[in-house]
Design a protein around this ligand. Structure first.
Ligand SMILES: *Cc1c(COP(=O)(O)O)cnc(C)c1O
Length: 459
């Protein structure tokens, strides 16, 4: 048989393409999945299968695939001014206009933005900004940034160091100096048997203990995702964030909200800081900003830090593509669509609650130990014993088995260990939510029968 187009692509890919976050040998054995086309909440692979994208790409395709407004905005900007930089006292209309639009959407006193090309670049920018800030304040010894185990803050050196992913730290001698971690507020995984609110307070108070251990005069900032995304959609107990905020204020430590996933409507608010009543000094955004159509990120900066940056001499930091005009034009168009179609309000009042109610119905499945979610983020925990909530042994690979069954059913759902997570496009309809839940349940049934086969091979 002659080689198909798909097989030819797989061969080229295997010969020349190094994939992000991929076990190369496993991939070569299996053959890459080839995605060819997207429309609305659906993808089509090279075999013509239609797949419901329950992850919105990587948490970013919030308006779904193929939105003409975004394509037109990119096209028009490409024709008018495809590139110019913002260094050396220059701006261009898309950057200036988007900065002002974002200032109008951001909570608290976040009235300035620094543009980047990604979430990782946001967090590298945060590290340089907070250290520069404290040096300008006359406290250059304030260098330490406190984060959390199992946080995700990106893949650059600073992003991976601030993140709390052990396998990432193990490759390449991370974390960098003066980046330390406390425990995460993951009640299902680490707080079984403890009252959730008490657990939330205990985890938040680890911040105070860490500050006292290091010496408050050495601590620059605390960084956290309002809801941990890549770590498994971990929603902290209500007691957690107010206590973190209190401790940051008490020791005059900058609070950084990494809203790369939570921002742009994902939780039913423009930013999750509003939902949690947080007043961050810095706020990172990226995924969802352009609905993933073009890379873009931004660090929003509160009054205190912005004044110091503006008056503190030159800040030696910037990217060639900071505030790329095409990306800014697409972000502006994206925000306009979201406003015109009341997408954030719809997530808060209609489709978010609907998804959460339907998602919770999966809780009766024999494999499911917990369901949780907010807005259009949701997770469920696969367990070996529904009564005791005992987990599967790691080598059972329950999460990966479930993920593969989801794909066979035409649904993208992601596995973080044995936590199954979704983050669908914000434009998903009720019928499509029903389809997602139906496919998820089928995948759970198939996972159960696979796990019950005594002679099954490890995935
Ligand atoms: C994805 C993510 C990042 C990294 O963003 P990239 O655009 O992949 O560099 C940072 N922080 C959080 C919370 C993320 O989810």
């Amino acid at each position: 048989m002659p080689e198909s187009n798909k097989e030819a692509l797989q061969r080229l890919d295997a010969a020349h393409h190094l994939h992000p976050f991929t076990d190369g040998r496993a991939l070569q054995q299996k053959g890459t999945r080839v995605i060819e086309r997207g429309e609305g909440v659906y993808l089509w692979d090279a075999d013509g299968n239609r797949i419901l994208d329950g992850m919105a790409g990587l948490w970013c395709v919030n308006l779904g695939y193929g939105r003409q407004e975004l394509i037109d905005a990119a096209n028009a900007q490409l024709q008018r001014l495809p590139y110019y930089n913002l260094f050396f006292q220059t701006t261009h209309p898309p950057a200036a206009e988007l900065a002002a639009t974002l200032a109008g959407l951001l909570p608290g006193d976040l009235q300035h933005v620094f543009f980047t090309g990604s979430g990782s670049e946001c967090n590298d920018t945060v590290v340089r900004m907070v250290r520069h800030f404290w040096a300008e304040q006359g406290s250059p010894e304030r260098q330490v940034i406190i984060s959390r185990h199992n946080a995700y803050h990106g893949s650059t050196l600073a992003g991976a160091s601030l993140g709390g992913m052990k396998p990432m730290h193990a490759q390449g001698g991370l974390p960098l100096p003066d980046m330390v971690h406390i425990d995460q507020p993951y009640h299902f995984g680490e707080g079984q048997g403890i009252d959730p609110e008490k657990f939330g307070l205990e985890r938040a108070r680890q911040l105070e203990l860490k500050i006292l251990e290091l010496g408050p005069e050495r601590v620059a900032a605390f960084i956290g995702e309002p809801i941990q995304g890549a770590g498994g959609v971990i929603i902290p107990p209500a007691s957690y964030w107010p206590e973190i905020q209190r401790i940051c204020k008490k020791y005059d430590i900058l609070l950084v909200a990494d809203e790369v996933i939570c921002g742009f409507g994902r939780t039913g608010h423009w930013f999750a800081s509003e939902y949690y009543g947080l007043e961050p000094d810095l706020l990172c955004m990226a995924k969802g900003m352009t609905s993933g159509y073009i890379p873009l990120g931004a660090v929003a900066v509160g009054r205190r830090v912005a004044e110091t940056l503006i008056n503190g001499g030159e800040f030696f930091h910037g990217f060639t593509y900071s505030g790329h005009p095409v990306a800014c034009a697409v972000a502006q168009a994206c925000i306009e669509v979201m406003q015109k179609e009341h997408i954030v309000e719809r997530v808060r009042d209609d489709i978010g609650p609907y998804l959460q109610q339907r998602w919770a119905s999966l809780g009766d499945h024999p494999l499911v130990g917990e369901t949780r979610g907010l807005g259009l983020l949701a997770a469920l925990e696969l367990v070996a014993d529904k009564t005791t909530l005992a987990p599967f042994p790691t080598d059972a690979g329950a999460g990966i088995i479930c993920r593969e069954h989801c794909f066979e059913q035409g649904l993208v759902m992601r596995a973080v260990g044995d936590t199954m997570i979704i983050s669908p496009p914000l434009v998903i309809s009720r019928e499509q939510v029903d389809e997602l839940i139906h496919k998820a349940r089928q995948a759970l049934d198939l996972t159960l029968s696979t796990l019950e086969q005594p002679t099954r091979k490890a995935p």
